[in-house]
Design a protein around this ligand. Structure first.
Ligand SMILES: [Zn+2]
Length: 222
């Protein structure tokens, strides 16, 4: 994979000797990929990511993988904070409303397994920004094709949960927490975040479909 280097000054050492155990996927929410790259490399903005994948499929690296890039901000996953110290951040060049392009997804599918192999990261460790920062962040958004990545075994597969008789919010919160979602958020915010990832166009009150959309969590319920 050809990588274009665009070094950003916005990084530091990973804290407490942490190494990446997660990969956080983002969209840039900007119409112009060059402006997005500039922003991620401008000291005054104090943001960065390890990689940006251009909509034409080109891969840019801004921060070395062993360093701590500034992409995740406040939030938790599996009860862990300082996600920046624990993750690799990948920005997808996307305005937040358009579909992700084929060359871009193809590059992601090439680079993801390489990073997962280098740092021994399991598919369950690939998350969206919206997973770890519900309510605050919505990227990579409902148009992102998680199912495509799941079919290749690169991320946890949605819709493999056992049917559940009583779709109670307490049970749903428990399932979401076992998957890794933060627990210090209200029911509606949690439901929105889980749907963004596992049932992108789901609407209305909590239902059987929301449980059915989850990755297999049945073994968490016994
Ligand atoms: Zn983001």
């Amino acid at each position: 994979m050809r990588i274009t280097s665009r070094p950003s000054p916005n990084f530091g050492p990973r804290r407490d000797g942490l190494v990446p155990s997660l990969i956080v996927l983002h969209y840039t929410a900007m119409a112009d990929p060059d402006e997005a790259l500039e922003r991620l490399c401008a000291a005054e903005h104090e943001v960065s990511a390890h990689y940006l994948i251009h909509r034409d499929g080109r891969l840019f690296q801004m921060v070395q993988e062993d360093m701590r890039a500034w992409h995740a901000g406040a939030g938790t996953w599996r009860g862990m904070d300082d996600i920046n110290s624990r993750s690799i951040g990948i920005e997808m060049d996307n305005d937040g409303a358009s579909p992700f392009s084929e060359p871009q997804m193809s590059t992601l599918e090439t680079v993801l397994p390489e990073i997962m192999h280098r740092w021994n990261i399991a598919p369950e460790g690939i998350i969206g920004h919206s997973d770890m920062a519900p309510g605050r962040k919505a990227d990579p958004g409902p148009r992102f094709d998680w199912a495509r990545l799941a079919r290749q075994g690169l991320v946890a597969r949605s819709g493999t949960s056992e049917p559940i008789e009583d779709p109670a919010i307490e049970t749903f919160r428990s399932c979401a927490a076992r998957l890794g979602y933060p627990t210090d958020i209200d029911d509606a915010t949690l439901l929105t975040a889980v749907r963004l990832r596992h049932r992108p166009w789901g609407e209305g009150p909590l239902s059987q479909e929301d449980f059915a959309a989850l990755p297999n969590v049945s073994h968490f319920l016994v």
